[in-house]
Design a protein around this ligand. Structure first.
Ligand code: ADP
Length: 823
């Protein structure tokens, strides 16, 4: 069967597919077509990595659009959304408009109404549903990519509930769920009332094996000799061996999976020696060029290290990399310029980077719950192994695990080569997941009674998998109690309604526990009298006027920290409002300890360091600090402090590379934390507003400082388009401290402060509303230039997530843009 056999696709599409080299459908694709995927039927496709799942989704979506419908493609990671959008944009030529929904959780995405195909993460879709985005009602086809991730306790429940809601909104919605091969695809298909396409077929042969001693022992019984020299690592021998083989006309590239970012970087550095020896002269030149592009992305150690590896033909890939680094590396690997990537498992999920040889070096990973190194799931290792083999380039793919001794080899065979992948199990019946989803389900009107709520939850995978109906009801009741105690829900007899604040929490996409913690902290901040001034008794006035209760206890508030805190704990000193000083650090700490922020880990020595800082700055913390004797809660509190200090450093204009060094993180992590803090502080601002707490301005200032990465004194200037933290600092040092001053300033001073860049200076003046921004015949002021340089000396690397586009290379002008993080 081939594309032109289908009459359901928009005109021109079958020809275009055939021109792309899709001459025949792969067997699982043909099976899906037979089961009606192009005719609006729901299908679950559980097939191996790289066997053409995306095309199954495209056939469904394009056919739906041709019938006058609208399709949604749900991706598991934010970073994949733009990649998929770019892929689907090739259909615009045939009249199919594509849009991607990223950005803020709470925007309602109205412009997406005009698109035929929309790409979004499940969190984003959930948020759009909560916010009542009108086009959601028009969807006729929904694709869930990597649907086996419903098994993930962190993000799975959102996908699960979102699919249930979408199916509830649109009867007869076509659902196409794409999955890795899992143990119970039939259960997933039952849940979604979908036909099942299940297959082990792969477009290219995959040989799996274990390297032990001097050979790879393949599961099919064959062997391949790969001797390991003395002092040589098996991974190096395997990478070299693949590169030295030119079977099929191309040298084999390798993908090495390891268990941590640090290991990915370390392994890439070592393997760069192996690849460097095997480069052609032309490749060396191209790699030097690529290394330069990588250095240009940011001035950090990570960027330097990556460039050093890349010029030698190797690279590392992990979630701490900037998005641009990631795509440069992925593209160069697909172009066969980079010979070896050392990656954490995030690369296995969704990024199409096939290699001749996949080496799963680490099959254990640190797991806090397990309390040590735990073996990876079979499913996860199979997905890594599935990246082996580049169709059309390699004769076959090889996936290799490593064993030091015979027993380990036997274990690896049992565990990964001969084992079936695990079954997918819903993680919905856990309190944190239900807390969020129960509130949202009530707030967006999907259920108005406890019974209605349970009936809705009955449509989830959890319900279809469990025999124990009572368990879901029990957890739901506990969650309802929690939501009621925190005044997010009202219960009147049987009827459930969300309160005003409950609606806000749901719309803002906050975990109710985060919201409770934030509201609690803000109330204390307001009671302390707001701002930096510290002593202004603003709150009592506000309370007299607005009627907000002074004492959170009186409002019946059960806060996250109270719930977590041992009733006897009394180690705090903060928490009673009197001696609290409202500062950005306190607010950063408040949002950093919510369940919506991934905190930084405490490393060795950190506990003492942050304990000391806690006592020094005790008055700034909002909420009830646990006692030092409550080990886990205390560690959490300190980890939040470490995270808050990172944000404070960022908002004090510290260099990005100083921050990465000080906290042991990558630039991508700074961006991730900054983005999350910005979102949570924005939410805090709205909550403060709604509750009439007199802290709105303080919260806004803290948020803006994080957004721009600047001190208070630069806030006015950084709001100007094209002025990020670096330029604002230079203007400020040259004596231009506000927008008003910038509007009136001597042009030569502006030009001097902006390092003589005329175009930049003109754009900045235009943005600030200057009538005649022209820099023709203006001489740069030497004193301003000197002052600016001196002032921004320590700021050489100040690329912020918000301003790096605007200021990259200090040449380009553009809007403030935020990068997505690999969440
Ligand atoms: P998966 O999502 O299953 O991991 P992809 O959809 O990314 O796999 O497909 C892997 C590659 O196979 C893509 O480059 C795609 O263009 C190609 N491909 C898919 N279907 C066919 C086909 N029928 N014939 C030839 N190539 C195909």
């Amino acid at each position: 069967m081939k594309p032109s056999d289908l009459s359901t696709l928009p005109d021109g599409v079958p020809g275009a597919l055939e021109a792309e080299g899709i001459e025949e459908f792969y067997p699982p694709q043909a099976d899906a077509v037979e089961k009606g995927v192009a005719d609006g039927e729901s299908v679950v496709a559980s097939v191996p990595t790289a066997s053409g799942k995306t095309l199954i989704a495209e056939l469904a979506m394009l056919s739906a659009v041709k019938r006058g419908g609208k399709a949604l493609y749900i991706v598991p990671l934010r970073a994949l959304a733009s990649e998929k959008k770019a892929e689907f944009e090739r259909w615009e030529e045939y009249g199919v408009d594509v849009g991607v929904s990223t950005g803020n959780y709470d925007s309602d995405g109205e412009w997406l109404a005009s698109r035929d195909v929309i790409v979004a993460t499940s969190e984003k879709v959930d948020s759009l549903v909560r916010n009542g985005a009108p086009w959601v009602d028009d969807l006729t086809c929904v694709v869930a990519d990597e649907v086996h991730l419903v098994d993930d306790s962190g993000r799975g429940p959102t996908l699960e509930v979102t699919l249930a809601k979408l199916r509830r909104i649109t009867r007869d919605l076509q659902v196409v769920a794409l999955s890795a091969t899992v143990g119970n695809a039939d259960e997933v298909a039952d849940w979604l009332d979908a036909a099942l396409v299940e297959s082990d077929w792969r477009p290219i042969e995959l040989k799996t094996g274990v390297h032990y001693g001097n050979a790879i022992n393949f599961a099919d019984g064959s062997q391949r000799e790969v001797p390991v020299g003395s002092g040589e690592k098996p991974t190096a021998a395997l990478v070299a061996d693949a590169l030295d083989e030119t079977e099929g006309g191309t040298r084999g590239s390798s993908l090495v999976f390891v268990n941590s970012r640090r290991n990915a970087e370390g392994a890439a550095k070592r393997l760069a020696d192996v690849t460097a020896e095997r480069l052609e002269p032309g490749e060396k030149r191209e790699l030097e060029e690529l290394a330069r592009e990588i250095r240009d992305v940011s001035d950090t150690d990570t960027s330097e290290d990556l460039a050093d590896c890349v010029r030698n033909g190797a690279a590392f890939h992990h979630a701490g990399l900037a998005g641009e680094h990631r795509s440069l590396v992925e593209d160069a690997f697909r172009d066969r310029l980079i010979k070896c990537i050392c990656a954490t498992p995030t690369l296995a999920a969704g990024v199409n980077t096939p290699a001749r040889r996949v080496i799963v070096r680490d099959w254990k990973r640190y797991d806090g719950e397990f309390g040590g190194m735990a073996p990876l799931d079979t499913l996860e290792v199979h997905q890594m192994m599935g990246r082996a083999g580049r169709p059309g380039l390699d004769p076959y793919g090889e996936a290799v695990l490593l064993a030091k001794d015979r027993d380990t080899m036997d274990e690896l065979f049992e565990r990964y080569l001969w084992a079936e992948p695990e079954a997918v199990q819903s993680k919905l019946a856990a309190e944190p997941a239900l807390r969020t989803h129960v509130l949202a389900t009530v707030a967006s009107g999907f259920a108005t009674t406890r019974e209605g709520l349970l009936a809705f939850l009955d449509r989830t995978l959890y319900a279809s998998q469990t025999d124990d109906d009572d368990r879901l009801a029990e957890v739901t009741d506990r969650v309802l109690e929690y939501l009621e105690a925190n005044e997010f829900l009202d219960r009147d007899g049987d009827t459930l309604t969300a309160t005003g604040i409950g609606h806000t929490v749901s719309r803002l996409y906050l975990d109710p526990m985060s919201a409770a913690e934030i509201v609690d902290g803000l109330r204390e901040g307001a009671a302390a009298g707001g701002a930096s001034a510290g002593s202004k008794p603003r709150s009592s006035q506000a309370n007299a006027a607005g009627g907000a209760p002074d004492d959170p206890e009186e409002a019946g508030f059960v806060t996250g920290s109270d719930l977590a805190a041992d009733a006897g704990g009394d180690g705090d000193g903060a928490g009673d409002g009197d001696d609290v000083e409202l500062t950005p650090l306190g607010l950063y700490h408040l949002v950093a300890r919510t369940p919506d922020m991934y905190q930084l880990y405490l490393k060795s020595g950190d506990r003492e360091r942050y304990e000391e800082q806690f006592y020094e700055r005790e008055a700034e913390f909002l909420g009830h600090a646990p006692s030092e004797f409550e080990d886990v809660a205390w560690e959490d509190w300190l980890a939040a402090l470490k995270t808050a200090r990172l944000l404070e450093d960022w908002a004090s204009e510290l260099d990005e590379d100083v921050i990465t060094e000080r906290y042991g993180v990558g630039p991508g992590d700074i961006r991730g934390k900054v983005d999350t803090a910005e979102w949570l502080l924005g939410a805090a601002e709205q909550l403060a507003n709604e509750l009439d707490l007199d802290v709105v301005l303080d919260v806004r200032e803290a948020r803006k400082r994080v957004e721009y990465g600047v001190s208070e004194e630069l806030l006015d200037l950084t709001g100007v388009r094209g002025v990020g933290r670096k330029r604002a600092r230079r203007l400020f040092e040259a004596g231009i401290e506000t927008r008003a001053e910038l509007r009136e300033a001597d042009k030569s001073v502006v030009l001097g402060a902006l390092r003589g860049r005329e175009k930049t200076a003109e754009n900045v003046l235009r943005a600030v509303g200057r009538g005649d921004p022209s820099m023709d015949d203006v001489e740069s002021d030497a004193a301003a230039s000197a002052a600016a340089t001196a002032g921004s000396e320590g700021d050489s690397a100040g690329r912020s997530p918000a301003s790096s586009r605007a200021e990259s290379g200090d040449d380009e002008d553009g809007g403030q843009a935020t990068f997505g993080d690999f969440s």
